[in-house]
Design a protein around this ligand. Structure first.
Ligand SMILES: *Cc1c(COP(=O)(O)O)cnc(C)c1O
Length: 277
């Protein structure tokens, strides 16, 4: 747990009746692979959940290093939330040994909210088959059985599936490599804006997200007023900080469809507003 979404996952796990143990680090820091190792070495765990990109803090945890640790424990199911990183950088699910990879339509894929996507490993299917209390809605075996007949366990949001198909066509016609590079390039521009304007980063160096930047409000500006003016006067929406870091940070996203051309007017708006705040 290193931010609002991973903190929430712990809460959700408990509310689903699972025995869950937090591995909490300070917000702004990544998940430390050796601490994961320390927990797993106790032999008390059969699953690890990880948020790859903590959208509240702008931290991208070291997925490869954490995967290397988890995969030393073959009995442990590795569940990764890639909601705000999926398709923005390579996440080789099979190579990393991820058992369940989850994402949503509304963040890195830049589709309307309303659709969740997941992929499951063979090990995840096998584990599911050993469990009696899988429920129905997220039962992997039920999904697989239905998929064999080109069906889903319940009626899905079909308009989103058309939207996804269209988005996938866009992604493959841009080319994955180009998409990855575009995220690096637009993210670099965000970093330049932060540095040029005397701000700092909330996320620890070396673990800063390539899709979203959490800016530390070291200049102590009125973030709410800033975001409101950027919205009202320029038509851009930036986030004024999530949860307990509201006002102490603000967030700029470059995920999904953003390009240098779409980001530059945003930087102009931010700079102009800042000068007269
Ligand atoms: C946004 C987000 C979610 C899901 O958020 P909802 O708004 O509840 O759909 C989950 N994980 C991460 C990392 C997110 O950024």
């Amino acid at each position: 747990m290193c931010g609002a979404f991973s903190d929430k996952w712990f809460d959700v796990s408990k509310r689903c009746g699972k025995q869950a143990v937090p591995l909490q680090v300070e917000w702004g820091k990544p998940i430390n692979p050796s601490e994961v190792d320390g927990k797993l070495a106790t032999g008390q765990f059969d699953a690890v959940t990880l948020i790859h990109n903590e959208t509240s803090t702008g931290v991208m945890s070291p997925l490869k290093e954490i995967s290397d640790v988890v995969r030393r424990y073959p009995e442990v199911i590795f569940i990764v939330d890639s909601v705000s990183s999926f398709s923005a950088l390579p996440i080789p699910m099979d190579d990393l040994g991820i058992d369940l990879m989850l994402t949503g339509s509304q963040k890195a894929l830049a589709l309307p909210p309303g659709l969740s996507l997941f992929a499951a490993s063979q090990r995840a299917f096998e584990r599911a088959a050993q469990l009696d209390d899988r429920g129905y809605y997220f039962d992997l075996l039920e999904f697989r059985k239905n998929a064999e007949e080109f069906m889903t366990p319940s009626t899905p949001t079909i308009p989103h599936i058309y939207a996804l198909r269209s988005k996938l066509e866009d992604i493959f016609s841009e080319g994955l490599q180009n998409r990855f590079e575009r995220h690096i390039q637009t993210n670099r521009l965000v970093h330049e804006w932060v540095n040029t304007n005397g701000f700092e980063f909330f996320a620890q160096e070396g673990y800063r997200s390539v899709t979203l930047t959490c800016v530390k409000n070291n200049r102590e500006i009125d973030v709410a007023a800033f975001a409101k003016r950027v919205r009202d006067e320029h038509g851009f929406q930036i986030d004024g900080g999530y949860g307990k870091i509201k006002g102490k940070t603000f967030r700029i996203s470059n995920m999904g469809d953003e390009t240098v051309e779409t980001m530059e007017p945003l930087f102009d708006a931010l700079t102009t507003t800042l000068k007269t705040l």
